[in-house]
Design a protein around this ligand. Structure first.
Ligand code: COA
Length: 453
């Protein structure tokens, strides 16, 4: 069982969260798969996405961020003057200098009054898909020493966009998650144990001026797995040193974890990541013998003269491991449900790991006292592995009706999707109602937003 090393009255963490997803979606099976000549089974099973969220012509990373924050403020009855900091994680920046959060504040002040956020600071965190997690880590240190009773907000907001007809296209999506960070949180207390891994990579990047990313897809999967394992190692060493987790002989770190949440560029990646982490964590546990009986011995690099033959044997073993009884049990119990919302939304880049958290909350899978571990990844590349404990009030926080909201979205045609993607559709598919909308970009490049009643 988890060792609770965070006294309740000293805890800092996530008190609540809100999710905003555009009202338009494109199903991957049907017109899209036919047109691109892809077997729908590959998209639904091999990749794991059924529907991609598509932003309408009046939406961008700033409107989505403002929408998730507005919802969070309304559901928690939070006033602007109670917010000390708004950190925004995004890789869909709208300006090379101006912080996206200032546009968000401008929009929110249309509701709460001009100047209402003037004592709140805001900064943008750019680190590909790990930006929001680094923002959360950073803000948690501030929240721990904050003495005026103010709270912090961390927002993830992104439009995941790849070139039309590319291998990344079917992993697109869009959306925003806003987290309320404070002392004595109702949902999750951070254990403040962070394992980090960073190295310079060219797996995914977006040079200045480009609207879509340059992606070395297969390489990005490998970088993700390498970085995750490095961050897990770093976390495990710290957790043991601090005695937050004290495995006995034959036990692994993941035996002390009830839910494992990973960055979700597409749901299958979560399966690959959890297989890699469980396999690594179990290497000295009592499970390793049972797995060896089921699968035979792992290939060992030293036993191969040819590195390519070793790599092929290793890939083959990994495929079998992912089908082993031991792994499937752990995956179903601790990981699978985190991808529920992502299957209906697609990738939202830096917020996708928190969509995983929202999935568990909406499905009421998190119980007081449970330990959650998060494995965030950002291309470029970096990973952060950290833990949190579900708080006694976790079940009292109202649900958000997200699964129902996703059912109420409007399906669009492939033609409308492509025109929106290429910025050729000036008029919105669904006219804005009860939401913030981009109304104009002026001759200097400044963006004007309005709340449409
Ligand atoms: N039915 C069921 N599954 C099928 C299938 C079918 N008809 N055809 C293929 N598949 C399976 C493949 O076997 C594979 O599963 P496996 O790994 O268990 O063997 C899976 O679908 C993916 O197919 P694959 O051909 O490997 O993927 P791809 O060439 O479409 O590329 C990405 C996938 C993720 C690399 C690509 O979409 C991409 O570049 N995305 C953007 C970058 C990204 O998200 N990176 C992730 C790390 S951040």
């Amino acid at each position: 069982m988890p060792t609770k090393n965070v006294p309740e009255d000293n805890a800092v963490g996530i008190d609540d969260l809100s999710v905003y997803v555009p009202r338009l979606f494109l199903p991957l099976a049907g017109e899209f798969s036919n047109n691109r000549g892809i077997d729908p089974g590959k998209l639904i099973k091999g990749i794991g996405i059924e529907r991609m969220a598509v932003p309408d012509a009046h939406e961008d990373a700033a409107t989505m961020a403002a929408m998730s924050l507005l919802d969070l403020m309304r559901r928690t009855h939070l006033r602007p003057e109670e917010i000390g900091k708004i950190y925004v994680g995004t890789e869909s920046a709208l300006d090379e200098a101006k912080a996206l959060g200032t546009y968000v504040i401008g929009m929110l002040e249309q509701i709460y009054g001009k100047g209402s956020f003037q004592e709140c600071s805001t900064v943008e965190f750019k680190a590909a898909c790990i930006g929001t997690t680094l923002a959360l880590e950073s803000q948690s240190y501030w929240a721990a020493v904050e003495e005026e009773g103010k709270v912090g907000i961390v927002i993830a907001s992104d439009v995941a966009k790849y070139p039309l007809a590319s291998a990344g296209e079917y992993t697109q999506g869009a959306g925003s998650v806003a987290l309320l960070v404070k002392k004595n949180p109702r949902l999750l207390a951070l254990e403040q144990i962070y394992g980090t891994f960073t190295r310079d990579e060219n797996d995914f990047f977006r040079p200045m001026g480009c609207t879509t990313a340059v992606v070395n897809g297969k390489h990005s999967n490998q970088c993700y797995l390498d970085a995750m394992r490095g961050a897990f190692d770093s976390f495990a060493a710290k957790a043991k040193r601090l005695k937050a987790i004290a495995p006995e002989k034959g036990e692994g770190i993941t035996d002390f974890v009830d839910h494992l949440l990973f960055h979700i560029p597409y749901p299958r990646m979560v399966e690959y990541a959890s297989a890699a982490i469980f396999r690594y964590d179990w290497r000295e546990s009592c499970r390793s013998k049972e797995i060896e009986q089921e699968l035979g011995q792992e290939p060992k690099a030293l036993e191969y003269d040819d590195p390519e033959r070793y790599q092929a044997a290793e890939a083959d073993y990994a495929r079998h491991f992912a089908k082993s009884k031991q792994f499937l049990q752990a995956y179903q119990a601790k990981v699978r449900d985190t991808a529920t919302l992502s299957r209906q939304i697609g990738n939202i880049y830096t917020g996708s790991i928190y969509l995983g958290l929202a999935s568990l909350l909406e499905m009421q899978k998190i119980h007081a006292g449970e330990r959650l571990c998060f494995g965030a990844y950002g291309s470029g590349c970096s990973a952060l592995f950290f833990s949190a404990l579900a708080q006694p009030k976790v079940a009292s926080v109202p649900l958000r009706g997200l699964l129902q909201r996703l059912e109420e979205r409007r399906q669009i045609s492939l033609q409308d999707y492509e025109r929106l993607h290429e910025g050729k559709k000036e008029k919105s598919v669904l006219p804005p109602r009860g939401e913030f909308a981009l109304v104009r970009i002026d001759h200097q490049g400044y963006r004007h937003y309005e709340y449409a009643e």
